[in-house]
Design a protein around this ligand. Structure first.
Ligand code: A3D
Length: 320
């Protein structure tokens, strides 16, 4: 059986890390695409030269022409610009929307059967626009944010409780912004919900609130430390887990920015919710119950995403 083909649209910091991880996991052959000449070719060659040492077989090809992504099984989109210190994700909207238009046209022409994972910020609005620009089925265009935000939450919780990250599960929903919704009731250590762990004296409500706040600002913390660009190791790992769920039909339950058509009372928008990812793409959107406080936080986050989508329509009226 031929290997899977994975196209990386954008070969910057996340794109390069994606290519390396995909090679190490032998998920398939990789095409690195970018408008910057030489960068995807150089990164592809460098990673290919690590293969004999690591012992993986994968073809890595760099390209500046969309024809190279022809018939890709998965496309992971990071094309655009990242944040600099002092910038919000929303400041990227104007530039990255134009990039999504080009990327959508390229995918539509050369890889219309692909499963597309968008990472470009502001995430929920960009994946919404990319689905419209590409015209691909809504089950096959999804945004990566919840896996990363939940991984940040899991890391902080495991650190606080001094337990393995493997035994911490967490759920962060809503839009990928400072209003995201880390759900403590649906986050557990080996099945024990966080509010119960507070009762058991493992931590205090104040410490848990501080972890929730640090999770919300997790991306900004890294932008502030790096001083140029944003996080890339954990975002790449998160997107690879989604690609793997699709290619290996794992039917994983992951929080992703998925298209909603009535679920959670929302229509024609993308926002972070738990979904099942398998060979059918987004096979199911899981609707969980919110209590009043959670509902309020979710609505605030949704309103921020709606504002961004309206800003997209003001720039590109054909999206409306
Ligand atoms: P960076 O290293 O700058 O890579 C972006 C690449 O896109 C560069 O190599 C550019 O040359 C390329 N590019 C620009 N315009 C185009 C175009 N029209 N067509 C093709 N390629 C183009 O950034 P990065 O890899 O660090 O981040 C990429 C994106 O991911 C940014 O928008 C970040 O804000 C976003 N990001 C999202 C998350 C989420 O959790 C959603 C996390 C971290 C970063």
């Amino acid at each position: 059986m031929a290997r899977n083909k994975i196209a990386l649209i954008g070969s910057g910091m996340i794109g390069g890390t994606l290519a390396h991880l995909i090679g190490l996991k032998e998920l398939g052959d990789v095409v690195l695409f970018d408008i910057a000449e030489g960068v995807p070719q150089g990164k592809g060659l460098d990673i290919a030269q690590s293969a004999p040492v690591e012992g993986f077989d994968a073809r890595l090809q760099g390209a500046n022409d969309y024809s190279a992504i022809k018939d890709a099984d998965v496309c992971i989109v990071t094309a655009g610009v990242p944040r600099k210190p002092g910038m919000s994700r929303d400041d990227l909207l104007g530039i990255n929307l134009k990039v999504m238009e080009q990327v959508g046209a390229g995918i539509k022409k050369y890889a219309p059967k692909a499963f597309v994972i968008c990472i470009t910020n502001p995430l929920d609005a960009m994946v919404w626009a990319l689905q419209k620009f590409s015209g691909l089925p809504k089950t096959h265009v999804v945004g990566m944010a919840g896996v990363l935000d939940s991984a940040r939450f899991r890391h902080f919780l495991a650190d606080e409780f001094k337990v393995s990250v493997e035994d911490v599960s967490a759920m962060t929903l809503g839009g990928h912004g400072d209003d995201m919704v880390p759900l403590t009731r649906y986050s557990t250590v080996a099945g024990i919900p966080l509010p119960d762990l507070v009762k058991m004296g493992w931590t205090t409500k104040e410490k848990l609130d501080a972890i929730v706040e640090r999770t919300r600002k997790g991306g900004g913390e890294i932008v502030g430390l790096l001083k140029s660009g944003s996080a890339y190791y954990a975002p790449a790992a998160s997107a690879v887990s989604m690609a793997e769920a699709y290619l290996r039909d794992k039917k994983r339950v992951l929080p992703c920015a998925a298209h909603l058509s009535g679920q959670y009372g929302l229509k024609d928008m993308y926002v972070g919710v738990p979904v099942v990812i398998g060979a059918g793409g987004v096979e199911r959107v899981i609707e969980i119950d919110f209590n009043k406080a959670e509902q309020k936080m979710f609505e605030k986050s949704v309103a921020a995403v709606q504002g961004l989508c309206e800003a997209c329509v003001a720039i590109a009226p054909n999206l409306g």
